[in-house]
Design a binder for this molecule. Structure first.
Ligand code: PBG
Length: 327
């Protein structure tokens, strides 16, 4: 056959395939989301997220140690309070669960990097991400509480804050309050492009944060929209976001690509609880190969344009990277 170009030439051996790879992955890009809960001696497995646990502050260090050993350097903390109320007051309480967890984590593992999820839904009795006015989440007063929450996280030791509520103007509100208090160097990673998604199902079980009525469609984005994602990303950058997140990851590669091509800040993508649960369930049934799927999902997210990857499989991925299976 008369063929000059033969793409198979570059696929012949593993060494060559690794040499010509377009996408590189590194454990430094991984963030592990972790649940901390009020109480003592608690290490509860989350039923719909096998292998993921809720840890009380006294048990959390064992898991942090495992992460550090695996080579995962970045942790995102989610708090589950014992008491919830209408205005989510435990979110910004000085002795709130995240605040206490941060102080302890920083004391025992000061070299890990701590990011906190800033939202009210885990703390409100109604499970919505903000204050209610009737059945509607009231934007502007919610922003004040989110800023207050972010400040109290930073005062307790958070290295970075990550608002996930999808209120308008919250990045500006948080930036202003942090700056006014002297925290001008603390970065904000905004869940800027966050869709109203069924993929969050297992998380809401984990955090007991399912809305008591209605849904989150009046603040999280409609998944039919791509351009709106770019709009949200650009707005948050204008308000001072240092990193932009797209969420979920797996079904949103087009959005990640579009945002990454448009913005000049790092783009993160969050492989959410439903993605994790599907992999775990499929593997348990013997229908898919868990480790290979984990690798493929991760690489596809980086290939789409993300440079930071939040995943419940962070430990496993760090191991696979070490073994040279991906990277
Ligand atoms: C809080 C928040 C959620 C997730 C991250 N932050 C839940 C939601 O918006 O309902 C989802 C994470 C996951 O599913 O893994 N607002």
């Amino acid at each position: 056959m008369d063929m000059v170009i033969r793409p198979r030439r570059l696929r012949k051996t593993e060494t060559l395939r690794k040499m010509v790879r377009e996408t590189r992955v590194n454990a430094a890009s991984l963030i592990y989301p972790m649940f901390v809960i009020d109480g003592e001696e608690i290490e509860e497995e989350i039923p719909s997220m096998e292998g993921q646990y809720r840890y009380s502050v006294d048990r959390m260090p064992y898991e942090l140690e495992k992460l550090a050993q695996a080579g995962v350097t970045n942790v995102m903390l989610f708090g589950i309070p014992a008491h919830k109320d209408e205005c989510g007051s435990q979110a910004y309480a000085e002795d709130g669960i995240v605040q206490r967890a941060l102080r302890e984590a920083k004391r025992q593992f000061p070299d890990l990097y701590y990011i906190t999820d800033v939202c009210l839904c885990e703390y409100t009795s109604h499970g919505h991400c903000g204050l209610l006015k009737g059945d509607y989440v009231d934007n502007d007063p919610t922003v004040d509480l989110l800023a207050k929450t972010a400040l109290s996280h930073v005062q307790a030791g958070a290295d970075m804050v990550a608002p996930s509520d999808m209120m308008d103007g919250r990045v500006a509100g948080i930036r202003r309050l942090l700056d006014d208090n002297g925290y001008v160097e603390t970065p904000i990673m905004s869940y800027a492009v966050k869709y109203a998604s069924a993929f969050y199902g297992p998380f809401r079980e984990a955090a007991g944060s399912a809305p008591a009525f209605g849904d989150r469609k009046s603040y999280q984005m409609d998944y039919h929209n791509r351009k709106e994602g770019v709009k949200e990303a650009l707005l948050d950058i204008d308000e001072g976001a240092d990193i932009i997140m797209v969420k979920p990851a797996m079904a949103y590669g087009d959005v990640i690509r579009e945002v990454a091509d448009t913005v000049d800040v790092p783009v993160a993508a969050y492989s959410v609880s439903g993605e994790y649960a599907m992999v775990k369930a499929g593997a348990k049934m013997g229908w898919i190969e868990e480790d290979r799927i984990i690798c493929e999902m991760a690489v596809s997210t980086f290939r789409a344009g993300a440079s930071i990857y939040l995943t419940y499989f962070a430990k496993e991925l760090a191991q696979y990277i070490k073994e040279g299976r991906i990277g």
